[in-house]
Design a protein around this ligand. Structure first.
Ligand SMILES: *Cc1c(COP(=O)(O)O)cnc(C)c1O
Length: 427
């Protein structure tokens, strides 16, 4: 489709957008008396207006029932996590038995590594992306050391080629094949947090399986952003946080996927707790741990209901809107941002800005990462001051994430106008 860099065009797109009404279902921050343009749903999603209601329900049930709320609350707390499962499973393309919400992202990855990174003298290597999100890198380093191994020997990082920003999938697969006999695990972000590159998880999983290794993914930047089919792709395990695209509030509960192939095997070793124990016998307080089948068998503690209530308010919106519909809008919205950006980028005299995210829509989610050359954080700060909430990632990248749930084409147009006025003054 052909885009135009005009307000009228953007507003017409919003008029034609069947998902446009969701924007009003979120609180949009007002900073210094001015409603900002929010492009940071990839870092912390906005608050659904219904979140308060959902929490109030639990506060009222707690006030009325006390401990009896476990069984008598409108949404009984003893099984509260279960009401998050159907929508979560749809977002990642899983059977409901393969998904559960619990703990938080890095914690969950550690727990999943207990079960799915079991290095032997021969097979001990992990293939991963260079410049991972630091928490994931620390996960890998400390897991490897926990097994008495040296990270330099055990972790293979795949980098972009010289002069490139993106990782070529052929290079990942070549590394998998080069380490065929020694590879224990392929572990990648589904969408790279820095560049916004979306990986072909099915292809990477197949490559790992072909050499007898497992494949796991961190979906922090993928869930709620791109549709997935983890079950059909035969992914072994995955984990995600819910405060980014899933709008559940800072630090809230995460989610995991364990392929039924593994979930049905209660012999797989794991770190246990009572919430992962056989549901029928959970309250008999017996000694011997008997894990439930499915992802729920990896739970440890009872569910944090207040946080989960917020997540439920957001998942209900996702369920109604549909991730495929959101993706259809997202493809268009991000393409519009790319168009607007390219339309004005030549107006910067002394600095250059370059999109490093793939230009093929199938290789990215909604985020565009923009590399600054000839300037630094000042530019980002000027953008913030002008009322655009984006984020800056060291050393030189601004990330902009127009989310299809609460960003409009007009937002993108206005962002372009802001950039244009910065360009005029940038010396
Ligand atoms: C946001 C993010 C995290 C954050 O981890 P927490 O355990 O939720 O603090 C980890 N990894 C990636 C790739 C992320 O994008």
């Amino acid at each position: 489709m052909t885009f135009e860099n005009t307000l009228a065009f953007a507003q017409q797109q919003d008029k034609n957008d069947p998902l446009a009404h969701y924007k009003a279902q979120f609180h949009h921050p007002v900073i210094d008396g001015k409603q900002v343009l929010y492009f940071t749903g990839n870092s912390l999603g906005l608050q659904p207006k219904t979140a308060k209601e959902y929490i109030n329900q639990e506060l009222e049930d707690w006030a009325q029932w006390g401990v009896e709320g476990h069984f008598h609350a409108k949404n009984p707390w003893v099984s509260y996590h279960e009401i998050l499962t159907p929508a979560s499973a749809k977002l990642v393309g899983a059977n409901e038995s393969e998904v559960v919400c619990m703990n938080s992202l890095t914690t969950n990855l550690h727990l999943l590594f207990v079960s799915f990174y079991k290095p032997t003298a021969k097979r001990f290597k992990i293939i991963s992306e260079a410049k991972m999100f630091p928490s994931d890198r620390y996960l890998l380093e400390t897991q490897v050391r926990h097994h008495g191994l040296n990270p330099d020997d055990a972790i293979i990082e795949i980098s972009p080629r010289d002069g490139e920003y993106l990782i070529r999938e052929e290079d990942i697969i070549a590394a998998v094949n080069d380490n065929a006999d020694e590879l224990a695990l392929l572990f990648f972000g589904g969408v790279n947090y820095f560049t916004g590159q979306l990986f072909d998880m099915e292809k990477l999983t197949k490559a790992a399986h072909n050499v007898g290794a497992l494949a796991g993914f961190d979906l922090a930047h993928a869930v709620g952003n791109v549709p997935m089919k983890l079950h059909d792709w035969d992914v072994d395990f995955a984990a995600w946080c819910t405060y980014k695209y899933l709008n559940s509030s800072a630090g809230n509960v995460g989610g995991i996927f364990v392929n039924d192939r593994h979930g049905n095997n209660t012999e797989i070793n794991r770190f246990g707790g009572w919430w992962g124990h056989n549901k029928e016998r959970r309250f008999l307080m017996e000694n011997s741990f008997e894990p439930m089948t499915g992802a729920e068998g990896w739970q440890i503690s009872n569910a944090p209901v207040m946080g989960m209530a917020i997540l439920k308010s957001s998942l209900d919106i996702f369920d109604e809107a549909g991730i495929e519909n959101l993706r259809a809008k997202s493809l268009k919205l991000t393409a519009y941002l790319e168009f607007i950006f390219n339309d004005i980028v030549d107006q910067f005299a002394d600095i250059s800005l370059e999109i490093i995210t793939p230009n093929e829509p199938t290789r990215r989610g909604c985020q565009l990462s923009i590399k600054l050359v000839g300037t630094n954080k000042d530019f980002f700060q000027a953008l913030t001051k002008a009322g655009v909430i984006a984020d800056f990632r060291e050393p030189d990248v601004i990330r902009l994430a127009p989310t299809p749930l609460y960003n409009s084409f007009e937002d993108v147009y206005l962002l372009g106008q802001t950039l244009k006025s910065l360009a005029k003054n940038w010396r």
